[in-house]
Design a protein. Sequence first.
Length: 169
Amino acid sequence: MKRQLFSFIIFTIFLVTGCSSQKQTAKSNRIVRGDTTIQKDSIVYYEVDIVANQKNYMDLLIGSWAIDTMRRQSRMEAEPLTGIFIKFNADSSFNGNAGCNQMSGKYILKGTSIKFSNIITTKMACDKLEQETAFLQLLQETVSAYSVDKSKLLLRDGSSNIVFNASRK
């Protein structure tokens, strides 16, 4: 009986000292950054650049495309277009016809993401000027993704809604 009592007391002492030493260790392993206190034991910091390679579809994209339809909003019916085309060049530039005027600019590809920028046009007036303005605005501000095969190009918005449907010229 005395031996069990002695074992219990020793066990209790080890338990109490073990818990108190963990508290001291936890206090010494804290990092203070600004207003936030972080415990080192719970968060591990890795300073590593993560690189992911995405498939490049530039070879399929390069060339001339006739823009067949345009959707000004995601649920609208496709609006047929005539005389509008875009030519993607290998140097990340594009040119084409926006309906009334010639256009050119730059595009950036990252996987299936596309961004059009620095779009410039000539300044001729015609009866399709309102449609051309909408086309250019959608191209620069709305289009952010694409899907392409040998004969078809779909330019999409951030929600994957089709904005422009094009066919190879």
